[in-house]
Design a protein around this ligand. Structure first.
Ligand code: PLP
Length: 364
């Protein structure tokens, strides 16, 4: 079995959800040539509750508002996790999910870390397949567009007092999206605030991690930067992530990627890019990367590319890195070779323009 893909036999075909279809699809109101990221939602959602120690029967319902108690524990103690993944329109017209098994695995690691129940992988996979199947028309066909899929889970006990909730809701909605970041980003090496510390929740996709990153990002924005390059919590000497993406650099022709740890999210794009880069004959080093090493490489002219890797943007190009005492402008994107090759190879594979040697595409 290829890593991260569930064998079809693990997809429990007898799983049947209640399905209530919407009366009027909103699809005709969408301009598929001009989709704002994360603002347009497909017709249906998947909903499944965890009550009395077990998952109840899931359902697919029309997308819309839901009512919740003001005392729902998620609002107070923050038990909330999510995932981000995509379905792509294939060259042959079918839609397929990209490495969904990896997202399911990571979701359940997040669940364990946040003391929440795991969602059985077979039910999760079936929910993805059925939901995207029902809203198949919402998977865009333009080459830079895709269907973003957002599974998430939150605590639903109405209760005041810190403890793990006993009840939860698991949901999935989807939204058609175009390109994410259109312009190259100016990033600042953050040496005061911290995204994640050893023993913390940085390796989980816990909602609170993102809330904590907003204020330092806002401060960086006031200084003229678009994003932060997070560093380790104890010394602030080592690069960890780039905003909400994994970071990657090309120094002296080698692709350098911070090794994953307790404080770094194990990105699906990151591991796909590493595999494809190796296949392309690029030397890859997954290890600790110090700020000093990058700064010296910048001065020596050997730091030639810097980019973020993530589902939303795939490859997000950095144009400037703000070190403590100086801004370093990267060479113009036209001269880059590694990031464009990775992006093109990954996109071709995801859309069925090229071979899928690792079985990463799962047809819906
Ligand atoms: C903090 C963080 N790092 C990295 C990533 C990239 O992960 P992936 O490639 O699985 O989207 C994400 C996005 O999910 C993220 O939120």
């Amino acid at each position: 079995m290829h890593p991260g893909t569930l064998p079809i036999s693990m997809i429990r075909m007898d799983t049947s959800f209640d399905v209530r279809l919407c009366e009027n699809s909103a699809i005709n109101q969408v301009d598929f040539n001009n989709i704002a990221f994360g603002k347009v939602f497909s017709d249906h959602v998947f909903v499944m509750d965890y009550l009395d120690g077990e998952w109840q029967k899931g359902s697919i319902e029309p997308y819309g508002p839901m009512s919740m108690s003001p005392a729902s524990m998620v609002f107070h103690y923050g038990q909330a996790i999510f995932e981000g993944m995509k379905a792509y329109r294939q060259q042959d017209g079918n839609a397929s999910l990209f490495r969904p098994g990896d997202n399911i695995k990571r979701f359940n690691l997040s669940a364990v870390r946040m003391s929440m129940p795991e969602v059985p992988a077979d039910i999760f996979m079936q929910a993805l397949v059925e939901l995207v199947g029902i809203d198949n028309q919402w998977v865009p066909s333009k080459d830079d567009a895709s269907l973003y899929i957002r599974p998430f889970m939150f605590a639903t006990d109405s209760h005041v007092g810190v403890r793990a909730s006993h009840s939860y809701r698991f949901m999935i909605f989807t939204c058609p999206v175009g390109a994410y970041y259109s312009k190259a980003v100016r990033v600042k090496v953050e040496t005061e605030y911290t995204r994640a510390a050893m023993g913390g929740t940085g390796a989980a996709k816990a909602a609170g991690n993102y809330a904590g990153s907003l204020y330092p990002t806002k401060l960086a924005g006031e200084q003229g930067y678009d994003q932060l390059l997070w560093t380790d919590a104890s010394s602030h000497k080592f690069i960890e992530e780039c905003g909400t993406m994994n970071a990657a650099f090309v120094v002296a022709g080698k692709l350098l990627v911070p090794a994953t740890s307790d404080t770094i999210l194990d990105g699906v794009t990151r591991k796909s890019a590493i595999q494809l880069a190796k296949d392309l004959g690029i030397t890859v080093e997954e290890r600790a990367i110090s700020v000093l090493e990058l700064e010296e490489a910048a001065k020596a002219g050997t730091l030639t590319e810097a980019f973020g890797l993530g589902t939303a943007a795939t490859v997000s190009v950095m144009c400037t890195i703000g070190f403590k005492n100086c801004d370093f402008d990267l060479p113009s994107f036209d001269t880059w070779t590694v990031a464009p090759q990775i992006k093109t190879t990954l996109e071709n594979l995801r859309r069925g323009y090229s071979e899928d040697p690792y079985g990463w595409n799962i047809p819906v």
